[in-house]
Each structure stands twice: as structure tokens, then as C-alpha cells.
Ligand binder design. Sequence first.
Ligand SMILES: Nc1nc2c(c(=O)[nH]1)N[C@H]1C(S)=C(S)[C@@H](COP(=O)(O)O)O[C@H]1N2
Ligand SMILES: [Mo]
Length: 317
Amino acid sequence: MTHPFKSVPVRSYEITPKDVYLSRRDFMKAASVVGGAALLAACAPSAEEAAQNAAPAPVSGATDELGDAVNTYEDITNYNNYYEFTTDKQGVAGLAQDFNTSPWTLEVSGLVNKPQTFGIEDLTKKFTQEERIYRLRCVEAWSMVIPWTGFTLASLLKEVEPTSDAKYVRFETVYRPEEMPGQKSPFYPWPYQEGLRLDEAMHDLTLLATGLYGEPNVTQNGAPIRLVVPWKYGFKSIKSIVKIELTSEQPETMWETIAPNEYGFYANVNPDVDHPRWSQASERRIGELNRRPTIAFNGYGEQVASLYEDMNLQVNY
Ligand SMILES: Nc1nc2c(c(=O)[nH]1)N[C@H]1C(S)=C(S)[C@@H](COP(=O)(O)O)O[C@H]1N2
Ligand SMILES: [Mo]
């Protein structure tokens, strides 16, 4: 897979080479780049592996721009945060199996010249789908590397034409307690909502993801469409979005409503600002034993630090 980003040269840890999984399409791409029978032979899946992972064909060496291997499809689709289903990370996949993602519409409204409601098929047709390998750093101090398919939020926002009063973007997850057992819990102010400043929303790294590993997104990862903001803690990357609204005021977010001292609006990955209950200086990459240092802005500082030049990130956490 290719990515349009500059690499970050500093790496203070070692990775263990291991088999990673890619879709057949990417497998062919990778194979054609490397062009060797050796690669094919070295990466032949065991029958068992092939059966377990019906969608993706295995290949070695897909990495992010820091050289870190992508996580397995298994890990990415079986270790999830999705409180609408359950707070048990390993229980989401099972409970989300029957969640109905079709038909699906996404309403884009608020301070825009051309409010529109899109069917999910319109979105995947209208906007060029790209492959992007991003690190995902959860505020709970674990992380993964995930190969997404999607399109930039900027391309969608340009289509609806934000007015000059629009300063923020608010996102809302579907509210369907009959299908989402977690939404029956009175401890959370459903529906899940999130927000970005307009310049963050327009940044080229900010993705609306419709797929994973070259296949359509699966329910536990936020099908059919979810946000991915790779330089922020994972909770900003809201799943199964039905509404996007342009606003003049900073929107409320679910996590800030629950615990403003723990989950701020900005939530940029920052090893220097600890969570009140744990350190953010290091993290556990799923699939690895040792912790690794957390990188400012999750390693995307070169691309995004300028958005926060005039801000005190200790205060605006
Ligand atoms: N609607 C909704 N979106 C959500 C969440 C959630 O509970 N509900 N969890 C967030 C958190 S805390 C993380 S770390 C990521 C996890 O994404 P993944 O399961 O695809 O890895 O989704 C985020 N988006
Ligand atoms: Mo998270």
C-alpha cells in the first residue's frame, strides 16, 4: 500500500517481523511491487489460517510509514471499543453481528449552503476511495496499525459548502437501542457524539472510513461509515455515523459530557499530558509484549502540529 505522507524518521523501538494480512487486491499490488516468487512462497498461508480469515490473503511486510507492521485482521475485528454494544472489548464482534447497516443514510446539515442526505452507495461512488494505513491510539494506552479504505472528510465538506459562520463539525452515531444493547444503559448520554474544529475536519489526514483490509467495513469497526482522526485518541473516531452538522459553537461530545477532566474536546495524542488515572507516556501495541513510547500527535506531528501553534496543549487537552 502506498501512503501520501512523509515518514517520521525517529524510531526508538524494534518491531518483530511477522505475517500480516492484506486483501487479495493489496496482496497482488504488494506482490507486483516486490515481484518475487520468493515472497509468494514465504507468505503462503497455512490452510488453517486461510480458513480463519476468509476475506484477506496473507502477505508479509505491510507497514505504516514508520515501518510498523499492520495488525492482523483478527485483532482489528475482535478487540474493539464500541459502547453501544458492550464495554467488553472482546464481546463487541459477537454482539454487533446482526446490526443492520443497509439501507443507511448520512445527513449533512447545519451551516452549509447545500445540505444533503447521502445514501452510503452515493458516497462510495462519488468520492475517490483511498487506502491508508494509520496508527490508532486509544486513550486507554493500547494501539494498533490499521489499513483503512475511505475518503477524506474534506471532500464531503467541500460538496456541501460550509458557510463562513461554520467553525466546527459535529458527528452523531445512529441511535437504535433495539439493535444496540449498550444504548439501554442509562449511564451514557446517547447518542454518541463527537466534534472537530473545521480546520481539523478539513485536514487531509481526516478520513471517513468505509472499509478495512480492502473489504467493506465490518459492524464492530463502525460500518458502514466511521470517522478516523489518526493524531487524536481513538474516542474521537466516531463509528456508524448518521449525522454531520456544521456549527458555529464547539459541539458537546459524549466523553466530555461524562468526564470533562479526563476526555477533552481536542484529545490530541500527547505523551506529556497524563490521563488523571494513568500515564500516557507509553502504550501497548496489540500483538506485542513490551510497551513502546507514545509519540506526540501519534507520530503525525509534522502534518498537524501547525494546527495548534497558538494553543497551550496542557490546557486544551
Ligand atoms: N459510536 C462509537 N464510536 C466509537 C466508540 C464507541 O464506543 N462508540 N469507541 C471509540 C474508541 S474509545 C476507540 S479506541 C475506537 C476503536 O475503534 P476500533 O474498534 O475500530 O479499533 O472507536 C471509537 N469510536
Ligand atoms: Mo479508545
